[in-house]
Ligand binder design. Structure first.
Ligand code: SF4
Length: 208
């Protein structure tokens, strides 16, 4: 994977030539490439149900904002997103909801930061994390896990380090293929290309 990222980072367009055994193996071991007979949709549905019904770990997906700096034409949230950020009152309601989902069996709280582009709401992530940790996790001595789904445009090394300090242990970043395809589908509001900067950020922000 690192090899492929380095190729992308150097802007090599024909990196398939060097896309050797190591990368293929990584894709298989990570579950991105599966046998034709393997029904990954069913497996994911089962996993999702078991997480949803689990009392051991309460899992929340939280959008600190649905505002976004991109204008992907296929965005399921539409092109005219309100530039709102989560209010403190809503954060308190989230804390209340999280607590209501917990039982004696609960050992962990897992949060996925989602958007829009959640990094546009970094201040809200900071405030919400403090509330969740201070009012739930620390009091109940729970494990805390967090991840982020981001378009990667604002994920500089400094931001990655800040996220790591906030308990975020991994980031999911979307690239829609090579630069040519990606830039046709995932561009900024106003149309600017995003591929090079995202790849630079992925390479620079390997803090995990
Ligand atoms: S980056 Fe994500 S949220 Fe933003 S426009 Fe694209 S698909 Fe929608």
């Amino acid at each position: 994977m690192v090899f492929a990222l380095d190729c992308l980072g150097r802007g090599e367009q024909n990196w398939d030539a060097g896309l050797a055994e190591e990368f293929r193996r990584t894709l298989i071991e990570s579950g991105y490439v599966v046998d034709d007979e393997f029904n990954e949709h069913q497996v994911l549905l089962k996993e999702r149900e078991s997480i949803r019904l689990s009392e051991v770990t309460v899992a929340l997906t939280i959008a600190p904002t649905i505002d976004c700096n991109f204008a992907c034409p296929y965005c399921f949230e539409g092109g005219d997103k309100p530039q709102l950020r989560m209010s403190s009152a809503t954060m308190d309601a989230v804390v209340h909801f999280a607590r209501s989902q917990m039982t004696e069996a609960t050992q962990g709280l897992a949060v996925t930061w989602f958007g829009g582009e959640p990094l546009l709401g970094l201040k809200q992530i900071e405030e919400m994390t403090a509330k969740l940790k201070g009012q739930i996790v620390d009091q109940r001595h729970l494990q805390y896990y967090a991840s982020i789904v981001t378009n990667g445009y604002g994920l500089t090394r400094k931001i990655a380090e800040r996220l790591r300090d906030l308990g975020v242990s991994h980031a999911q970043i979307t690239l829609d293929g090579t630069a040519e395809y990606h830039n046709r589908r995932r561009f900024r509001k106003g149309g600017d290309a995003t591929f090079d900067r995202i790849v630079q950020n992925i390479v620079a922000s390997r803090v995990w």
